[in-house]
Every structure is written in structure tokens, then in C-alpha cells.
Design a binder for this molecule. Structure first.
Ligand code: MN
Length: 231
């Protein structure tokens, strides 16, 4: 095939212990999936159906080794959100909850970095969230651990420190919508494709970082990430 312009870059993630890499297709993000975080955002954590927003593949930053992201433009309130990341290996639509995990290739630690001021302004005006959520380099993701190697974690401590100080601490067993439920629900609206990833939402404790800060994200049993914010 002859392309009219230079092909856009393929965005990929590292896979722990493997030479091959995981090609990223679409990034789906779940909103308010921990009750304590919904409350801190001023929302009622009743078990309403999950809702999703998206980031482009270009948002993904390979954070398999310590990495840096630039402080983004047009914000004065750049927030960390530590999240369990689910990588889809096999596509499908209308996936039953009981089969949802068969579609999961693996898991990673990720950050849904957010220009909170822009997101909240958009939210409150009923506008889309893209400028607050979907900017380039807004999703550092660590090395993927394959489900065939580690299984499907349903309980694990999830923490984020900034400069060594604990900011976010919870357990993925507090997800309002489980991984299986998110995969099944999403696949009713959009046929999932290999390479899609799902960021499953953040627990309470979101807060701002500034240039120079070092974020460390951990989920028990997965590969930790270290991301420094540069000026
Ligand atoms: Mn999030």
C-alpha cells in the first residue's frame, strides 16, 4: 500500500519479560469507579451504569522504566489519577460478563493525568472533556503483565506517592464496576478490538503535581511506575 503522507507513529507498550510489544489501539477510561473518589468530586457514588471517555493512542507513554512527562499547557491544576489498566487481546461485541476476562491480554499500572481545571469547566458547562483528559502524553502506562502469567487480579493494593508522600491508597476490590463488568458493558456499545486498553478509574486522593514532582504508582502484583513531571 502506498501512503499519501508519512504514516503516523504506532504507539506500543512493553510487556514484562517479553521482546514483543503491545500495540495500543483505543484508550477507554471509566469515570468515577471508586465511591470515595466520586464523593471527592462532588458526586453521588450510587451504582449507576459506568460511563466512559476516551484518550487517543498518542496519549499513552511507555513507563516501563522511569520516565518523564512535560507539564502540559493551559492548566494550573494538573492532577494525578492512579488506575488499573486492562489490555484487550481479543476483540468482541456483546461479551457476556462470564467470558469477559477471556478477552483480557494483561494488566498494568497507569496514570490518567488530568487538566482538572479544564475538565471541571467543561463538565460544569456540559461540554466534552477532551481538553481536560485527552491531551498528548496524558496516560503513562507501565509494563504489561500477561494474564496467562499472573491471572486476573481482583484484589490488590493500589497506591500513588508524590515525592515519597502517600497521596492515593485503596484496593482494586473497591472498584464499583469490576473489570469483567466494564468489559461486558463497554462491548454492548462498541465492538472491542485487539489493542484497546481500559483505564478502570481512580480511587480517592487525586491532587495536583508541579514541575519537578516524582510520581510513583504501584498496584500489588504489577510492575510499578515512576514518572517525573518536567517543566
Ligand atoms: Mn480517571
Amino acid at each position: 500500500m502506498k501512503l499519501a503522507i508519512e504514516a503516523p507513529p504506532l504507539h506500543t507498550l512493553s510487556i514484562a519479560g517479553r521482546d514483543e510489544r503491545f500495540p495500543v489501539n483505543r484508550v477507554f477510561c471509566v469515570g468515577r469507579n471508586y465511591a470515595a473518589h466520586a464523593r471527592e468530586m462532588g458526586k453521588d457514588p450510587d451504582r449507576e451504569p459506568p460511563f466512559f471517555f476516551m484518550k487517543p493512542a498518542a496519549a499513552v507513554v511507555d513507563a516501563a522504566s522511569p520516565t518523564a512527562v512535560p507539564y502540559p499547557p493551559k492548566t494550573a491544576n494538573y492532577h494525578h489519577e492512579i488506575e488499573l489498566v486492562v489490555a484487550i487481546g481479543r476483540g468482541g461485541r456483546d461479551i457476556p460478563i462470564t467470558q469477559a476476562l477471556d478477552h483480557v491480554y494483561g494488566y498494568a499500572v497507569g496514570l490518567d493525568m488530568t487538566r482538572r481545571d479544564l475538565q471541571l469547566e467543561a463538565r460544569d458547562k456540559g461540554r466534552p472533556w477532551e481538553f481536560g483528559k485527552s491531551f498528548s502524553l496524558s496516560a503513562p502506562v507501565g509494563s504489561l503483565r500477561r494474564a496467562q502469567d499472573i491471572g486476573h487480579p481482583s484484589a490488590a493494593a493500589i497506591t500513588l506517592t508524590v515525592n515519597g508522600q502517600l497521596r492515593q491508597s485503596s484496593d482494586i476490590d473497591k472498584l464499583i464496576w469490576s473489570v469483567s463488568e466494564c468489559v461486558a458493558y463497554l462491548s454492548e456499545y462498541e465492538a472491542l478490538e485487539p489493542g484497546d486498553i481500559i483505564m478502570t478509574g481512580t480511587p480517592q486522593g487525586v491532587n495536583a503535581v508541579v514541575a519537578g514532582d516524582l510520581m510513583r504508582g504501584d498496584i500489588q502484583g504489577l510492575s510499578a511506575i515512576e514518572v517525573r513531571v518536567t517543566g
